[in-house]
Design a binder for this molecule. Structure first.
Ligand code: FDA
Length: 312
């Protein structure tokens, strides 16, 4: 992986840089390419604007690694309220949560209770799926555990799984019998070569293989739903060919992308009748998330610099 990616991902964990960046207008302006605004109303507005294009959404409030359980409680209450707002707006919008935002670092059982409260309400307001994001590798075991426990009670819970981790094929095999909803992503964190493929081409290949595995007949029979979460057009085309060749039913998969990235591709997929969702982030705690977006595409750094010298 590139040196630039590693530097940006290392910077993403710096409290000093976070404080500096959030004060700078030019950074805030650049963030707006990936985020319609800091308030949930901004995200709901963006979701409503995507609806006529047949693009549905997933909403997530930025934030991770909360340091007090009352913060995790506030996040939980926030999502309970978001579910009411989604219903009132008549949107097909799901939600996505980060375990460390629900208190995983502080008290795993409380985190589970917070997640289950959200899942319970999501089911009650209209079977709204709830996704669990995957954070960096030390969190994989506790996150899979959270997912398994919630899945015993709530049909509509799903989990993100990262293609760059060597362990992932094994995790997938153990999850398939549950009939899971799984979002396959490449993986956004800085991971050592002992746990994750250092080469992008290996990650891409693993992504393809995992998606094919989750669309296989036996996975279908168990009720598996795959979210193909990538902006990689070559991979998407390759997977579309696989879908055609093996006549994978449309109910077996959805495409998922991030707000503001590859908009043309999002529209093409939706217009061609493929189920397509865009994950919309909002909230004040955007710095580490934004740095991960920069790391995914070093050209984005040029965009920030252009804004800097464009003056504001
Ligand atoms: P890749 O990085 O190969 O990019 C392919 C092309 O897409 C690039 O050439 C560029 O054109 C475009 N592109 C990609 N990223 C861009 C960016 N930031 N800005 C502009 N253009 C860009 N990760 C994780 O670890 N845990 C999680 O829970 C999630 N959740 C998640 C949900 C959804 C819906 C998506 C789409 C992604 C995630 N991710 C994630 C992030 C994921 O791991 C990965 O870092 C990004 O999706 C970037 O990788 P791509 O698959 O897009 O391919």
């Amino acid at each position: 992986m590139s040196v630039m990616r590693n530097v940006l991902l290392a910077m993403s964990t710096s409290p000093f840089l976070r404080e500096q960046a959030t004060k700078r207008a030019f950074v805030r302006k650049s963030v707006s390419a990936f985020m319609p605004g800091e308030q949930v109303e901004d995200a709901l507005g963006a979701a409503a604007a995507l609806k006529p294009q047949k693009i549905n959404t997933i909403l997530t409030r930025l934030g991770e690694g909360v340091t007090r359980l009352d913060e995790a409680e506030r996040v939980t209450e926030h999502y309970l309220d978001v579910l009411d707002k989604v219903k009132a707006a008549g949107l097909d919008a799901q939600i996505s949560v980060k375990p460390t935002q629900l208190g995983l670092d502080l008290d795993a059982e409380q985190c589970q209770r917070n997640l289950d409260r959200i899942c319970e309400k999501a089911e009650r307001v209209g079977n709204v799926p709830v996704w669990i994001d995957m954070e960096n590798s030390p969190y994989v075991d506790p996150t899979v555990k959270l997912f398994r426990k919630s899945k015993e009670r709530f049909k509509g819970v799903g989990v993100a799984i990262q293609a760059y981790l060597y362990r992932t094929p094994k995790d997938i095999e153990s999850l398939i019998p549950l009939g899971p909803a799984i979002r396959i992503v490449k993986g956004a964190y800085l991971e050592p070569a002992e746990v994750a493929f250092p080469k992008k081409s290996d990650v891409d290949e693993a992504f393809f293989t995992l998606c094919c595995r989750l669309m296989h007949e036996d996975a279908q029979k168990s009720g598996t739903l795959l979210h193909i979460a990538t902006h990689d057009t070559a991979l998407i085309d390759r997977l579309l060919k696989h879908i055609e060749t093996y006549k994978v039913p449309a109910s077996a998969y959805e495409f998922a992308m991030l707000y503001g990235i590859q908009r043309g591709q999002q529209q093409r997929l939706a217009q061609s009748g493929r189920r397509t969702r865009v994950l919309i982030s909002y909230g004040e705690y955007w710095f580490p998330w934004y740095m991960r977006r920069l790391a995914e595409r070093p050209a984005n750094v040029m965009f920030v610099l252009k804004n800097l010298f464009g003056g504001d």
